[in-house]
Design a protein around this ligand. Sequence first.
Ligand code: HEM
Length: 169
Amino acid sequence: MAFDWVELLRVLHILTAILWVGGAVFALIFIGPAVRAAGKSGQEFMAVVGRRGGPARVMGPISGITILTGILLYWQRGYYHHPFATGPVAALSLGALLGLVVFILGMGIGLPIQRRMARMAKGFGPTGPTSDQQATMARMGARAQALGKNVTWLLVATVVLMVGRNLLA
Ligand code: HEM
């Protein structure tokens, strides 16, 4: 029996999609509110996360594999010939588009913010951040949070479209 590489792509796509969406929802619902409630120790925790490369260190490759395998599957199934041919294919195409938008927002806006925060956290002196550094970190953190919140809901919508498409059959 020949090795079914398309099935492997499908499994990889679904597995990484679960990790991406699950991680984003977990961060939005549990980690974000807990870090805010913890005040100064929450900021210290986030500085440690930043020094270790930030969430992008893991979520970058995971989201990259989701997008790459998704594009290959989309191409292999030939959906690009008629992206809105039927209800289910239209839902899948909209989901794919939404997924791409989320990825571009993450890489284009989220990643640069995380990198700047990580660089700044590495430069804190032994007494911790100065008040200027604290204010800059808080500003960047608020931007990252707002972006994270919006893209997480877009990610959930992507999954609803990709998984729920067959309800339209
Ligand atoms: C946010 C990113 C994404 C998530 C969370 C996601 C999630 C999923 C899930 C859970 C499935 C399985 C649905 C099922 O078997 O009923 C799926 C299927 C699929 N996804 Fe995605 N996806 C994402 C991005 C993309 C992108 C960007 C593309 C293409 C450009 C794509 C193309 C596909 C295709 C073609 C299938 C169907 C595979 C098949 O026919 O067996 N996905 N996706």
